[in-house]
Each structure stands twice: as C-alpha cells, then as structure tokens.
Design a protein around this ligand. Structure first.
Ligand code: 5GP
Ligand code: ZN
Length: 114
C-alpha cells in the first residue's frame, strides 16, 4: 500500500509520535487530538477497516485491543475511564482507510457520540 499514510508511519517512512510498536501493532498520537489522550492503534499489516476483516485477523484484532488496554494503563486513564472507537466507512466518519482504533481519555465523554 505505497500511498497509505498510516503504512508510511508503520514503516518509518514518515516520522510521527510513536508511543508503542511490536511485530503486529503500531500506536501513535493523533495529530488533531479530541481528548487529552488520543492515540491511534493500528495493525502493521494494511487492512482497510472492519468491513475488510476476515477470520484470519481475529487474533490480530484481539491483540490491538490488548494494546489499547495497555496504553490506557500507561497513560493513567484506566481508572477514570476511556473510550475505544473504530470508525468504519463514510457515515461513521472514517477518513483514513487503514484500520485504526482511537484510544480517547482524560476527559468526560458523552453518549451517544455525535
Ligand atoms: P478516522 O476519521 O479515519 O476515524 O480517523 C483518522 C484520524 O487520523 C483522525 O483522528 C486524524 O486526526 C488522524 N490523522 C490524519 N492525518 C494524520 C497525520 O498525518 N498524523 C497523525 N498523527 N494523525 C493523523
Ligand atoms: Zn496502510
């Protein structure tokens, strides 16, 4: 996926504020944070979104959620609470088509989301 921005972050072709990486996952701070903590957790592998997920991605998706939980602990937002968001396709507001969990915390959240 040569023209995918998040693939370029994952491959260190474009610098970004990395907070975590391992052999399957990569996490970095959102450029336009919507909360005091706003981290994007992505698979190293290019997957467009949840609609492109297949059964072989099940353990990868579980791993990405584990990374979210670990980072929430490290950020000190676990006790107060945090939100993990996965926007899929246009009506949900997906703007970058490389699957990413938003980890948001550090402020009170309202429901339903906008
Ligand atoms: P989506 O709208 O697809 O769910 O989320 C895309 C997210 O990527 C947005 O929150 C947006 O601020 C973030 N984003 C877009 N471009 C960049 C960038 O160049 N660097 C970083 N760190 N985040 C970006
Ligand atoms: Zn990509």
């Amino acid at each position: 996926m040569s023209e995918c921005l998040f693939c370029k972050f994952v491959n260190h072709e474009i610098p970004t504020q990395v907070v975590y990486e391992d052999e399957r996952a990569f996490a970095f701070r959102d450029i336009n944070p919507q909360a005091p903590t706003h981290i994007l957790v992505v698979p190293r592998q290019h997957i467009e979104n949840l609609a492109a997920m297949h059964t072989e991605h099940e353990s990868l998706m579980g791993h990405l959620l584990w990374v979210c939980a670990e980072l929430a602990r490290q950020e000190g937002i676990e006790a107060e609470g945090y939100r993990v968001v996965l926007n899929t396709n246009r009506a949900a507001g997906q703007s970058v088509y490389h699957l990413h969990f938003h980890l948001l915390g550090g402020r009170h959240m309202t429901w339903p989301p906008g």
